[in-house]
Design a protein around this ligand. Sequence first.
Ligand SMILES: [Zn+2]
Length: 350
Amino acid sequence: MRFFVILLCGWLAGVAWAAPSSVAILQYHHIGHDTPRVTSVTAAELEAHFAWLQDQQFTVLSLADVQQRLAAGESLPAYTAAITIDDGWRNVYHEGLPVFKKYRYPFTIFVNPKLMREAPQQYMNWEQLKELQQYGAHIANHSNSHWHMTWRQDAETESEWRQRVEADILSAQQEIDEQLGPQPRHFAYPYGEYNEQLEQLLAEHGFLAFAQHSGPWTAYTTPTAIPRFPASAQYANLATLSTKLKSLGLPVISSTPASMVVAHGMVTPSFSVELANTDDFNPRQMNCFAGSSVLQPQWDGNRFTVQLEQPIPVGRSRVNCTVPSRSEPGRFYWYSQPFVRPNAQGTWPD
Ligand SMILES: [Zn+2]
């Protein structure tokens, strides 16, 4: 009898340990040999990634499908991924087409219509984008101008800033919809940079918005701060990328700070995350990686706080926290906190 009770308790605990459905979004830019390596994969690397997804029996969904299925409360296959490509470089058409044709996975290209007009030799045109639509492409919004969207121009008030970026985002969407018919409102932040006001603006206009800090997308994810895993350059290596593609998302209820952009003087920021539960992992096993240092978070109930010890650089950086899952041995929960620290003038490099 006692053995049975222990078994029953284990089974009940097992039910409580279910991880949230988690979708890893790959993020690419250039496909080529002669493009900046830091934002490039070769066609062979791209094909190796697609072959690996197929080999590992991943379900690859469009962003709109994931959006709809998470909103409906559906549970997704254990290994689910989505594919995104930023900027719409012309090499994506020339180098990627054979790979897209071979695998027929859905993928999203985030484009900047104004840049397409201004530098037609560098970017795909609408005809090429339409051709890629036949092989799985969805076309979405990366702003018109590819500005650092959170920057204010000289003497610009908050309402002037808001009008400027709102017009930039909506005019890009209007041109995409005119060229291709109405498309889902999906926006990728240029450089992955956003603040609370920009999130609010995109939410008001019904956009989902995708960033560049890493981690999977779950029903808990803020719809205007959806993480993606960069898959270019050193991140293209499947030895490490495979762990990310199989990672799980924490059940995050709230987090601070509200904006990734911190004050110039904030050289060692902290961040705090409240979870719905910690059922599926041992909180003491969570490690956070900030530059070269490994930090242990401080826990208070279901909330953890990480205080950085080493100064963060001017520009973008991020802290990644991981902890092994109990219910799915070999898989890790993955959470990323992005930061941008401006220079004394309030800007930072690309
Ligand atoms: Zn971009």
